[in-house]
Design a protein around this ligand. Sequence first.
Ligand code: FAD
Ligand code: SF4
Length: 488
Amino acid sequence: MADPKGFLKSGREGAARRPVEERVQDWNEVYPGSVGRALLPIINTQASRCMDCGIPFCHQGCPLGNIIPEWNDLVWRDDWSGAIERLHATNNFPEFTGRLCPAPCETACVLGINQDPVTIKNIEVAIIDKAWESGLVTPQPPEWLSGRTVAVVGSGPAGLATAQQLTRAGHTVAVYERADQIGGLMRYGIPEFKMEKKYLDQRLEQMKREGTVFRPGVDVGGQITGAALRERYDAVVLAVGSTTPRDLPVPGRELQGIHQAMDFLPQANRVARGETVEDQITAEGKHVVIIGGGDTGADCLGTSTRQGALSVTQLEIMPLPPEVRPAAQPWPTYPMTFKVSSAHEEGGERLYSVSTTEFLGDAEGRVRALKLVEVRFEDGKLIQVEGTEHEIMADLVLFAMGFVGPEKPGLVEQLGVELDARGNIVRDASFATTVPGVYVAGDAGRGQSLIVWAIAEGRSAASAVDRYLTGDSALPSPIKPTDRPLTV
Ligand SMILES: Cc1cc2nc3c(=O)[nH]c(=O)nc-3n(C[C@H](O)[C@H](O)[C@H](O)COP(=O)(O)OP(=O)(O)OC[C@H]3O[C@@H](n4cnc5c(N)ncnc54)[C@H](O)[C@@H]3O)c2cc1C
Ligand code: SF4
């Protein structure tokens, strides 16, 4: 156990972010240098706050089952090599989760019952950043090759975790990605200011050295058919994400200046990395309205701020959440509370309990305003409040209302995998689809979710595929095949 009195002596402390006026001038992460390095002066004390509980609820809170108290103790003892070994045992990519995870482990931390929880996510990123800087992260190529081949379609966190696990188990793995670069939403969705792409690139380099083959710029279902893939490989894993965005088909939807977030963010990410994008959708000099209050909306906000928007308003149909855990969402569940992301610190206004009923245009067919109405939920039904109709100005509208499953035309239709009622790919408790030898991992089967879940699913699917190919598997499966069927 770390210091038995640590939580009595020290309070919770995080890394200081760069001043707002400085960070909105660039695309770099909001912390000075690497967040892990910025945390080093305080992280030992923060790790000492872990009580090494008899039943560590943080394990259950983390979808990967990260062995949190063990690495807290090792950090406190200054054993960074032991800490990264323990962290990598359950998480292929702690540099992604340590930056991007909403940390359900922390809302399950026992200390959080009556104090501020341990800064688990910060300790995680401090361990991995220090490990990379100290040369402790090295390729782990397999000792022998199985002679079996696997195609992974999609290179987001689910595809990458699947590929790394299967490559290390000795299978020959090719990752297909239709975008020109590998990384899924971590490459072109999530902005630099949340995670600089150099962290993705250094991990991809490790994977290449282990033997994983990357094939970017290949649209499977177009350039290669699903049937050809099944014929060429012993197993196929669909990690194609949930890429169909939810739309808002109200009058005026056809006006110019109304875009999906995933048309806007990838362009901004490219420009932030030095590319030129013709006819870029930009917030510069515009009044921006973002419809949707989640992670994607916050990313649109931070990006619009950096591009020089005149104003940014984020609309949310749900009511303003409470600042503290509501009684109906008791510890150790993940509560829906009011959150202030780094993008929210930088500006913008948030409106809650509002719904858009119409987009209004100017004479040239460009959006100029939104018609809004206040709403409330009554008996689970959304009711418009009479007399609350009003307009707000907008010359750029961004939809960040979530995703409704993988795209159906192309690969999904070609393979003939069954879909569930929500449009996601049906899988059994072993991540197998209804087509023999074809597995699914991440948002494509789970529905729109989180990076930590995508990695957990990738690791679990890899274990199932390994068993399918060899009859047995020593690969860990954080989501156990004996768990209830995943389609329920
Ligand atoms: C803007 C945004 C911000 C987010 N921020 C966070 C965050 O801060 N923290 C967090 O935990 N989660 C966040 N999420 C959610 C998270 O990114 C996803 O849950 C996660 O990336 C899902 O991983 P995945 O591997 O299943 O799919 P994806 O990351 O979506 O990757 C799927 C890949 O498959 C490729 N593909 C699809 N079809 C084909 C085909 N036919 N052939 C070849 N390639 C194909 C796609 O191009 C894509 O690159 C965010 C999501 C968005 C949209
Ligand atoms: S991956 Fe997420 S839930 Fe798991 S320990 Fe890290 S921050 Fe917590």
